[in-house]
Design a binder for this molecule. Sequence first.
Ligand SMILES: [Zn+2]
Length: 290
Amino acid sequence: MIKVENFESVTKHIVVDTSTQRVSRSCVLGGISLGNYSIAIDSGDSLEVGTAFHKGLESHFKVPVKYLFFTHTHNDHRGGREAFFDSVFLMSQKCRENMPKSVRLSKFAVETFEEKFVLEESDLSVEFIKVSGHSIGFSVAYFPKEKVLFAGDLFIVGSVNFGLPFMSFYQNKPKRTGNPEEYLVAFELFKKMDLEVIIPGHGDLVYDPQKFLKTQTAFFNGLKTHFIAAIAEGKTVEEIDMPQLEPIIKAYNIAEKKKPRSKNIRFLEHYLDTLKTSFYNYYSGKFHQV
Ligand SMILES: [Zn+2]
């Protein structure tokens, strides 16, 4: 049985559990307390995880979980939603529109927003901002009082997926892939935020946000330059190799050390291929986003 009892207090009002992701395919689980109620950030990948998460939040903060915020449509973030029947589901309108039909949101209380939504309670507030990039309608949650950003799957940190961004297919839209330009716009927005911690969708918390954002921006810009040049030379996606940028070299080092080695190298290569497709599709203009 999965228990969410490893809540780590990030700040006075914020907790996370990063341990569940090691025993299931769940995302990082996090919550914010606004005094009279709390907000769950994503729900984990299964009802079992969601139930433990919900229970954990209530016993930690001793207030009801009034909102469940979805960063995006993917299953590892929404699979535990049934445990949050008493909560209002909060997500961007685009996220709602792109949820698979099987999710059946009509049985829940749902509140949506177009670009931005602010929850205020006492002297605290949380900002929910749609930035897209990773998937259609993708949004983040920012808690200015304690300078914490829940950035969801825009960032995958540490050894999970070799620390590389997951820019695969947009849910339900197989031909559309992650949008690197939207990532870059989001990074610029985050750089202007007063930040002390970034909580990613998978992996470890980031305690040096500005340095981290600089590295991520450099990586995306490095890939962008590489792909634009290769496409201008008339290369096809098969003819383009991934450039030897720092995060890719690091990813290979992680894969080399993981056991079984050959399986991990194969997975990394498949993963890099998906990243390559995303950049190629976007900069060749062949598959445009909605
Ligand atoms: Zn995820």
